[in-house]
Design a protein around this ligand. Sequence first.
Ligand code: GLN
Length: 499
Amino acid sequence: AAARGKTVLGHPRGLFLLFFTEMWERFSYYGMRAILVFYLTKHFLFSDEPAFGIYAAYTSLVYVTPVIGGYLADRYLGARRAVLAGGLFIAFGHILIAVMEGPQGATGAYLEGFYLALASIVIGTGFLKANISVLVGQLYARDDMRRDPAFSIFYMGINAGGALGPIVCGVLGETVGWAYGFGAAGVGMLLGLAAFIALKRELHGAGEAPSLPVLRAPVVAGLSREWLIYLGAIVATLITWQLIQHQDAVGTLLVVFAAATVAFILWRAVFTLPKVDRDRIFAALFLIALCPLFWALFEQAGSSLNVYTDRSVDRTLMGWTIPASAFQSVNSIFIILLAPAFAALWTILGKRGLEPSAPFKFGIGLVGVGAGFLVLVAGAAAYAGAPTPVIFVILVYLIHTMAELCFSPVGLAAMTRLSLPSMTGLMMGTWFLATAGGNFIAGLIAQATGGEGAGPDTVLAVYSRIGWYSIGIGAVVLVVSPLIAKLMHLDLLKAEAAL
Ligand code: GLN
């Protein structure tokens, strides 16, 4: 349904409703994540290794479920109902963490309640994350030129939440009390949900179920498909509750799920697609294959880098010690500042026919994410024996943000551009699945940094090694990028777009 009704800044009012909802959802996600590792080590008194393991299981499962949530919304629920259900599960999860804080070093029911809360956020994110982007798309007709700018505005909402969450939840959680930090995340999600419910009419029917009679008709035991999905989500929450406590099982699940998905895509590409479309899917799979590598390094942010900032960085500013978790905002702040510049850069280069291809940008991204770590390693070495000056942490996040802008939005756009409409959902889901793999490997790297006994030198040795690996792989990608770009058949794409 193309949008009707009043516009703001030339866009349907529904866009700003979705901006606001996603801003608060990301506020809750990044705010909670910023203090999660510290909550595990300082409140539940885990040592580093299991804490990084739980963090990795949680942050990877959060990117597995959107594949399923996207499918269920396409087939039965519609994106609007999915976002609503997702928001409820997410808010419930954050508030449950706050309620189940218990005394320091608590075990038993408190810890079980905490794991259940994580599971609820995982399932909620599965319903919400992909589908809210789908809703943005549905506000515009297929040929509406405002679609790309709309996604840029929406991405600002994501990062406004990502900037605000760690500051608010981080300062509250680390200085006032953990429950206040997690509670704030829950309140944020509830605010987003309230706006979403109150302004439903601004969507003008976008994201409704494909067929209400099918959704509502009783199928078993008098229950409709809609209620079966909600009940299924509760059962899935209970399964995730157990899964999240077993890092190995999450790893196995990821490998099996990813192998099956890639095999399915290859099968479809080889047997059902004409040559040009098949080549494009191969190019997309090449990009997807680099995705785990990039996020495995980038996502040290919330785990090992967060802990390094806490233990080994001079965070005093005019007599006040900034909580380490607040630095989790830096990436989003840089995104807000730099995203317009990068968009302009691609446009300027594009006008001269010089815009680098997606695989070339991926090569730059991999070199950049590696170089960021080397800058920290060099800075720490220059001040060996003393706390690392805070500027080096800011520099890591600055370089990583520039690398992210060569990688993440480029990848999302490439998925939609390289696949036929009938496969876009599948390719997008696979992209997120690869992100999940990256977050899982990130946990293994964090665990390799040696834990509390090892000291900063072990951490820095690991950072140096992964930094050089990534630069090496990035260089190879730069070299082979013209071959991959050829598989994308961009010349034909431009001709198709002109039709
Ligand atoms: N920061 C972006 C978001 O939260 C992208 C994260 C990702 O793809 N890993 O939506």
